[in-house]
Ligand binder design. Structure first.
Ligand code: DQA
Length: 147
Protein backbone atom coordinates (compact mmCIF):
# COMPACT_ATOMS: atom_id res chain seq x y z
CA UNK A 1 0.00 0.00 0.00
CA UNK A 2 1.16 3.56 -0.76
CA UNK A 3 2.52 5.46 2.25
CA UNK A 4 0.05 8.03 3.57
CA UNK A 5 1.40 11.59 3.50
CA UNK A 6 0.01 14.12 5.97
CA UNK A 7 0.56 17.84 6.28
CA UNK A 8 0.50 19.02 9.90
CA UNK A 9 -0.14 22.75 10.22
CA UNK A 10 0.24 24.75 13.42
CA UNK A 11 -0.90 28.35 13.47
CA UNK A 12 0.09 31.53 15.29
CA UNK A 13 1.84 31.51 18.66
CA UNK A 14 2.21 27.75 18.74
CA UNK A 15 5.93 28.37 18.19
CA UNK A 16 5.75 29.95 21.68
CA UNK A 17 4.70 26.72 23.39
CA UNK A 18 6.56 26.26 26.66
CA UNK A 19 6.64 30.02 27.19
CA UNK A 20 3.06 31.07 26.45
CA UNK A 21 0.44 30.56 29.15
CA UNK A 22 1.93 27.33 30.54
CA UNK A 23 -1.13 26.87 32.78
CA UNK A 24 -3.19 26.37 29.65
CA UNK A 25 -0.74 24.96 27.10
CA UNK A 26 1.81 23.20 29.30
CA UNK A 27 5.57 23.58 29.63
CA UNK A 28 6.64 21.61 26.59
CA UNK A 29 7.98 23.49 23.59
CA UNK A 30 7.07 23.52 19.90
CA UNK A 31 10.20 21.42 19.27
CA UNK A 32 8.83 18.89 21.77
CA UNK A 33 5.49 18.93 19.92
CA UNK A 34 7.24 18.29 16.59
CA UNK A 35 9.13 15.38 18.11
CA UNK A 36 5.86 13.98 19.49
CA UNK A 37 4.06 14.30 16.14
CA UNK A 38 6.97 12.74 14.23
CA UNK A 39 6.96 9.85 16.70
CA UNK A 40 3.19 9.34 16.39
CA UNK A 41 3.43 9.36 12.58
CA UNK A 42 6.41 6.99 12.50
CA UNK A 43 4.56 4.61 14.83
CA UNK A 44 1.64 4.55 12.34
CA UNK A 45 3.86 4.26 9.27
CA UNK A 46 2.65 7.65 8.06
CA UNK A 47 4.85 10.30 6.43
CA UNK A 48 4.41 13.86 7.68
CA UNK A 49 5.55 17.37 6.93
CA UNK A 50 5.30 19.79 9.84
CA UNK A 51 4.60 23.45 9.17
CA UNK A 52 4.13 26.38 11.56
CA UNK A 53 3.29 29.95 10.65
CA UNK A 54 2.09 33.10 12.37
CA UNK A 55 0.67 34.42 9.07
CA UNK A 56 -2.83 33.66 7.83
CA UNK A 57 -2.00 34.07 4.12
CA UNK A 58 0.99 31.75 4.40
CA UNK A 59 -1.24 29.09 5.96
CA UNK A 60 -3.77 29.55 3.13
CA UNK A 61 -0.98 29.13 0.54
CA UNK A 62 0.39 26.05 2.32
CA UNK A 63 -3.08 24.44 2.29
CA UNK A 64 -3.46 25.23 -1.44
CA UNK A 65 -0.05 23.69 -2.15
CA UNK A 66 -1.07 20.49 -0.35
CA UNK A 67 -3.29 19.52 -3.27
CA UNK A 68 -1.77 16.59 -5.16
CA UNK A 69 1.06 16.32 -2.63
CA UNK A 70 -0.59 15.25 0.65
CA UNK A 71 -3.41 12.83 1.39
CA UNK A 72 -4.73 14.66 4.43
CA UNK A 73 -4.25 17.61 6.75
CA UNK A 74 -3.97 17.92 10.51
CA UNK A 75 -4.50 21.54 11.48
CA UNK A 76 -4.37 23.56 14.67
CA UNK A 77 -5.24 26.99 13.28
CA UNK A 78 -4.78 28.47 16.79
CA UNK A 79 -6.36 31.95 17.01
CA UNK A 80 -7.25 31.85 13.28
CA UNK A 81 -9.69 29.06 14.18
CA UNK A 82 -12.07 31.70 15.44
CA UNK A 83 -11.60 34.34 12.76
CA UNK A 84 -10.43 32.94 9.44
CA UNK A 85 -12.91 32.35 6.66
CA UNK A 86 -9.85 32.28 4.34
CA UNK A 87 -8.46 29.15 6.01
CA UNK A 88 -11.93 27.55 5.92
CA UNK A 89 -12.21 28.34 2.20
CA UNK A 90 -8.72 26.95 1.49
CA UNK A 91 -9.58 23.69 3.26
CA UNK A 92 -12.81 23.49 1.26
CA UNK A 93 -10.95 24.31 -1.97
CA UNK A 94 -8.47 21.44 -1.69
CA UNK A 95 -11.14 19.14 -0.20
CA UNK A 96 -8.54 16.90 1.47
CA UNK A 97 -9.71 15.11 4.62
CA UNK A 98 -8.71 17.34 7.51
CA UNK A 99 -8.81 17.04 11.30
CA UNK A 100 -8.80 20.08 13.57
CA UNK A 101 -6.75 19.87 16.76
CA UNK A 102 -6.65 22.11 19.83
CA UNK A 103 -4.33 21.52 22.75
CA UNK A 104 -6.77 23.12 25.19
CA UNK A 105 -10.45 22.38 25.78
CA UNK A 106 -11.73 25.35 23.79
CA UNK A 107 -15.36 24.55 24.64
CA UNK A 108 -14.64 25.47 28.27
CA UNK A 109 -12.92 28.76 27.46
CA UNK A 110 -14.01 32.27 26.41
CA UNK A 111 -17.12 32.85 24.30
CA UNK A 112 -15.04 34.07 21.34
CA UNK A 113 -13.35 30.65 21.15
CA UNK A 114 -16.68 28.85 20.69
CA UNK A 115 -16.77 29.44 16.95
CA UNK A 116 -14.51 27.43 14.66
CA UNK A 117 -14.53 28.34 10.99
CA UNK A 118 -11.84 25.80 10.03
CA UNK A 119 -13.77 23.12 11.88
CA UNK A 120 -16.60 23.44 9.35
CA UNK A 121 -14.30 21.85 6.75
CA UNK A 122 -12.90 19.15 9.05
CA UNK A 123 -14.06 15.57 9.50
CA UNK A 124 -13.29 15.73 13.22
CA UNK A 125 -12.23 18.11 15.98
CA UNK A 126 -10.01 16.89 18.81
CA UNK A 127 -9.65 19.32 21.72
CA UNK A 128 -8.35 19.25 25.24
CA UNK A 129 -6.03 16.27 24.91
CA UNK A 130 -2.76 18.23 24.65
CA UNK A 131 -0.15 16.65 22.36
CA UNK A 132 -2.17 13.40 22.31
CA UNK A 133 -4.77 15.20 20.16
CA UNK A 134 -2.36 15.15 17.21
CA UNK A 135 -1.95 11.39 17.54
CA UNK A 136 -5.75 11.03 17.56
CA UNK A 137 -5.92 13.16 14.42
CA UNK A 138 -3.32 11.01 12.65
CA UNK A 139 -5.21 7.85 13.61
CA UNK A 140 -8.50 9.31 12.35
CA UNK A 141 -7.02 10.30 8.99
CA UNK A 142 -5.25 6.96 8.64
CA UNK A 143 -8.56 5.20 9.24
CA UNK A 144 -10.32 7.28 6.58
CA UNK A 145 -7.52 7.05 4.01
CA UNK A 146 -7.05 3.30 4.33
CA UNK A 147 -10.76 2.59 3.72
C1 DQA B 1 -5.57 26.69 20.52
C2 DQA B 1 -6.84 27.35 21.06
C3 DQA B 1 -7.05 28.71 20.42
O1 DQA B 1 -8.24 29.32 20.93
C4 DQA B 1 -5.88 29.62 20.73
O2 DQA B 1 -6.04 30.87 20.09
C5 DQA B 1 -4.57 29.01 20.41
C6 DQA B 1 -4.36 27.58 20.66
C7 DQA B 1 -5.27 25.36 21.21
O3 DQA B 1 -4.45 24.61 20.69
O4 DQA B 1 -5.81 25.09 22.30
O5 DQA B 1 -3.63 29.70 20.02
O6 DQA B 1 -5.78 26.40 19.13
Amino acid sequence: MKTIKLLVINGPNLNMLGVREPDIYGKKTYADLCEYIRGACAEQGVEAELYQSNHEGDIVTKIQEALGVFDGIVINPAAYTHTSVAILDALKAVALPAVEVHLSQVSEREAFRQVSYAGLACVRTVAGLGFEGYREAVLTLKGILEK
